[in-house]
Design a protein around this ligand. Structure first.
Ligand SMILES: *Cc1c(COP(=O)(O)O)cnc(C)c1O
Length: 379
């Protein structure tokens, strides 16, 4: 179906085409000067010491678990309301995910109180996910981490340039992880970035992303090195210069894109304000955020009612999504399952509305009208 209003629109134009063409013509297409330029720009934009480009965020989360020393017999606290990669990474290193509930319909991020409750002598780290780009309660979480000697991994996939008390998301914990998958704020098809202020972590990540090799082929091609040693069992998690050149263009456009999204969000808040049947998570947020997606949650609802509204929007040409099906209900996480009442309610009653920079006020008004019409006739 061709939607009148899609969920997302790629912010691509001739600039990305030109950047890719230029890189291909340069004849250096694997990890090289474009990746380096991207890393420098990204680190500067976030005000962080190190940014290391990777093939995707799943790799970033995997390396984050390794460099933070997480291993078998460790427990890692994490949300269930997230994409599977935020939790799978814990399993890659043999550790056990312990799911925590979210704060409520008004704040669908991990609940520091539940984090506190679930700490055991085995707890080693916390993975936080800043949903839709809205910051978790980082002061409380960092305080808990400090008191209990825990590492903090930020899955900041939804929040490039999002802020929490003058800091950029991803730079508050021990490491931050970003995705450049097609539908993210920065799109390169596949791609990712890991950031940290820890020099040792950064050095180890550079080794691990490239087979544990002490030099890269670009350095050897330029005559800066002739031999290499392999000092750790590494992976091939590298980004290439073709994707990096797309990311460089995307970064140039990012701030303007996010500024427009702020307006889109404001227009949504106004248009949806009279609808009593829904709660808009993070409604009172005052921080600058990326507005990666636009989630709403139905109040006093059921999964049937939610699906009926999604279907009604679909019939009216409005594409929606659901972020997310809860991880603890998936087959491979049955053994780690626990009771997470708020997560379960939100997962069954959330709808993700269209969100992109060029979404017009007229389109938003139409989406709001369609939702109102549904509630007027449903029951
Ligand atoms: C997209 C996403 C990921 C995975 O990113 P990839 O680059 O596709 O590996 C992880 N966590 C969250 C919250 C995401 O939205």
């Amino acid at each position: 179906m061709n939607y009148k209003i899609p969920l997302f629109q790629l912010n691509f134009d001739e600039q990305e085409v030109l950047a890719v063409t230029e890189t291909i013509r340069s004849k250096w297409i694997s990890t090289g000067p474009k990746c380096e330029e991207l890393e420098t720009t990204f680190a500067e934009m976030l005000g962080v010491k190190h940014a290391i480009s990777l093939s995707n965020c799943t790799d970033a989360l995997h390396l984050a678990c390794i460099v933070n020393g997480i291993g078998a017999s460790d427990e890692v606290l994490c949300p269930s309301l997230t994409f599977a990669a935020s939790v799978n990474c814990i399993r890659y290193v043999g550790a056990t995910p312990i799911f925590c509930d979210i704060r409520g319909l008004h704040d669908i991020n991990i609940d520091p109180e539940d984090i506190q409750k679930k700490i055991t002598p085995k707890t080693k780290a916390i993975v936080v996910v800043h949903m839709a780009g809205f910051p978790c309660e980082m002061d409380e979480i960092m305080e808990i981490a400090k008191k209990n000697n825990l590492k903090v991994i930020e899955d900041a996939c939804h929040g490039p340039l999002s802020e929490y008390k003058d800091k950029k998301l991803g730079t508050i914990g021990d490491v931050g992880c970003f995705s450049f998958f097609s539908n993210k704020n920065i799109s390169t098809g596949e791609g990712g970035m890991i950031v940290t202020n820890n020099d040792e972590y950064a050095e180890r990540i550079r080794l691990l992303r490239s087979h544990g090799m002490t030099t890269m082929s670009y350095q050897r091609a330029k005559g800066h090195a002739t031999a290499y040693d392999i000092v750790e069992l590494g992976y091939n998690f590298r980004m290439d210069d073709i994707r990096a050149s797309i990311a460089i263009v995307q970064l140039k456009k990012l701030q303007a894109d996010l500024d427009k999204r702020v307006d889109v969000r404001k227009n949504y808040l106004t248009a949806l304000s009279g609808i009593e049947q829904i709660e808009i998570p993070f409604k009172n947020n005052k921080e600058f955020v990326s507005n990666y997606i636009m989630p709403i949650v139905l109040k006093n609802s059921t999964v049937e009612k939610r699906d009926a509204l999604r279907n009604y929007l679909h019939e009216n040409g409005i594409q929606t999504s659901n972020h997310y099906p809860p991880i603890h209900k998936f087959s491979i996480y049955k053994e780690n399952s626990s009771s997470l009442p708020i997560t379960e309610y939100v997962c069954e009653n959330e709808i993700t509305l269209p969100m992109y920079a060029v979404l017009t006020n007229k389109e938003i008004a139409w989406i709001a009208e369609t939702i109102k019409t549904f509630f007027a006739f449903y029951e």
